[in-house]
Design a protein around this ligand. Structure first.
Ligand code: NI
Length: 229
């Protein structure tokens, strides 16, 4: 299931990120790629251990914790420190079809996670570049994703995906992985749908409506049943 979350970062935050990133040093994106993806990856990224990458990453994490839709969709247990990349048209940047590594370790913090979900947080407006679609393949076909700056997409890390060549302008993004408390994607999807329905009911009937209370209980009991924490 692909889930988009709009306006995780405000436009002024995005502008601040871009100003800081423009002034930073960049490196070849292959430094964090696995053996197969290194063959098809051509972009640049902020060095993952750099102060600027870590500081911006902490700001992304704090924005995520303030996003009920993100939390509801991901039910995160651990979020990998966010990384930052860019694709420039002049350098023929793109990222061919690949699957992300199943396990990611961060040697600075000692964090090690199973990558259940991949996330791309767009930091360029769609008008700033041509090409650069995130193409994700799932059982329903192939999906082209290009969101407004400040918005993100969550998708199963098990999906084949790619970034098409940027043919003009520059595509800037943050990307990261997370381990969900709910390992099973199907169970996680049902919990998300249930939560979305409950939120609609709460708006119509109020939080203290007896059926709403009962459904909220079922929501928590399903998480209790399925969660690994
Ligand atoms: Ni990837």
């Amino acid at each position: 299931m692909l889930i988009c979350v709009a306006d995780v970062l405000s436009k002024s935050d995005v502008a601040d990120f871009r100003r800081i990133m423009d002034a930073a040093d960049w490196e070849d994106g292959r430094s964090t790629a696995g053996a197969q993806s290194a063959l098809v990856k051509k972009n640049q990224q902020l060095p993952p251990d750099s102060d600027v990458s870590r500081a911006l990453g902490r700001r992304v994490l704090s924005a995520l914790t303030g996003s009920p839709r993100f939390i509801s969709a991901a039910i995160p247990l651990q979020i990998f420190p966010p990384l930052f990349n860019r694709y420039a048209a002049n350098d023929g940047h793109h990222f061919g079809i690949h699957v992300d590594n199943a396990v990611r370790g961060d040697h600075l913090t000692g964090l090690r996670i199973r990558t259940d979900l991949s996330v791309t947080l767009f930091l360029s407006e769609p008008e700033e570049y041509d090409g650069g679609e995130l193409v994700i393949e799932d059982n329903y076909g192939s999906h082209d994703i290009k969101l407004e700056a400040g918005s993100l997409v969550l998708y199963p890390a098990s999906s084949l995906h790619m970034v098409t060549p940027v043919t003009s302008g520059m595509r800037v993004a943050s990307f990261f992985w997370l381990q969900s408390m709910i390992r099973d994607a199907h169970a996680r999807s049902m919990i998300f749908d249930l939560d979305s329905a409950i939120q609609s009911l709460v708006e119509r009937l109020g939080r203290d409506d007896p059926e709403t209370v009962k459904l909220t209980g079922i929501y928590h009991n399903l998480i209790r049943y399925w969660a690994d924490v």
